[in-house]
Write a protein that binds this ligand. Structure first.
Ligand SMILES: [Zn+2]
Ligand SMILES: [Zn+2]
Length: 338
């Protein structure tokens, strides 16, 4: 699988999700939220090479670790901007963070930060330059929000609107379908494998309509129809800090439809459902219900309230598993347990 995930932070503390996507051409690095999670636990290359910071919202427990990230990445070249995504007002709040230091001799610095406020209808982008000490908010475009907010050949990211009493975003990451050559069909055609299979497997803009095999031109379209099988790509969703009623459950389950891995908050135990409702958070059982209703492959519970000790983790997991058996805790939380 080309998606690799690491849950950062401890139970009862801030959590974040680091994702790398590697389909062979290059590694894409994404960080979802940036609380006090100990970014130093990540290899420096992963922090310095970050492509996108995707913020659910700007509460302190989701942005409190920003300075560690910023220190490693603020000036890494104009050709490698860091993109930050979040709900409306993300640019305003991030700009305060960028300006929260004394900057001088800035003409030597080379770094660009591009912040995208993802509203219900539009995405508004603002650019900040290290060479200006990040002082100027440059308007950098406004686009209708339609479909994925990030689209590359290797993955897409869509944002889901959540209600946390303040706007909050969930994120759904999908790989494109995997295209493979079926060896049995290849043998049935009597063709020997060769470099030409690459042209059949991967369409390119402006490609010729034929490929040469053993001195003979063959139609690419016919070869693809005969040889290629498609399998769905991997998918991953990150949802934290939101309320869930029957309407929201149905809406979000449809949007998540069959996601492989759902990383989801479970801030409160079922017995504290009243607290969950008041704080616009989920209970363990609600996280399980969302995973079950959307047909997730697995559910990973994060963002457990600090009111519960580590000793309660098995009971917390059991509450989610009673609703959705394929629930689990992050591996790092359970590595020292039987
Ligand atoms: Zn919050
Ligand atoms: Zn939170």
């Amino acid at each position: 699988m080309a998606l690799h995930i690491s849950i950062l932070g401890a139970p009862g503390g801030d959590n974040a999700l680091f994702v790398s996507v590697n389909r062979g051409q290059r590694i894409h690095r994404l960080l979802l939220d940036c609380g006090e999670v100990g970014l130093t636990a990540l290899p420096l290359a992963d922090v310095r090479g970050l492509d996108h910071l995707l913020l659910s919202h700007l509460h302190m427990d989701h942005i409190g670790g920003f300075d560690s990230l910023f220190r490693q990445t603020f000036s890494r070249g104009v050709d490698a901007p860091v993109h930050v995504w979040g709900p409306p007002e993300t640019a305003r709040i991030i700009h305060h963070r960028l300006c929260g230091f004394m900057w001088n001799l800035t003409e030597q610095l080379r770094g660009t930060w591009v912040v995208h406020d993802v509203g219900p209808e539009r995405v508004v982008t603002t650019r900040y330059e290290a060479a200006e000490g990040f002082a100027v908010a440059h308007p950098a475009g406004e686009t209708p929000r339609a479909g994925a907010i990030i689209a590359t050949d290797d993955y897409t990211v869509a944002a889901l609107d959540l209600d946390h009493g303040t706007p909050c975003l969930g994120y759904l990451l999908r790989e494109p379908p995997r295209r493979n050559v079926d060896p049995a069909r290849l043998a049935a055609l009597g063709l020997a494998p060769g470099p030409w299979l690459g042209a059949v497997r991967t369409p390119r803009p402006g490609e010729p309509s034929t490929v040469e095999i053993e001195g003979k031109a063959r139609s690419l379209a016919e070869l693809r129809a005969a040889l290629i099988t498609e399998a769905p790509g991997a998918s991953l969703a990150y949802l934290t800090d939101f309320r869930l009623d029957a309407g929201e459950l149905a809406r979000l389950a449809e949007a998540l439809g069959g996601v492989d891995t759902l990383v989801c908050e479970a801030q409160y135990r079922t017995a504290n459902a009243d607290l969950a409702t008041r704080a616009c958070h989920l209970t363990t059982a609600q996280a399980g219900a969302l995973a079950a209703t959307c047909g997730a492959g697995e559910l990973v519970l994060i963002h457990i309230s600090e009111r519960y000790g580590r000793a309660e983790l098995p009971a917390i997991l059991a509450e989610a598993r009673a609703v959705f058996p394929r629930a689990r805790l992050p591996e790092a939380w359970t590595a020292d347990q039987p």
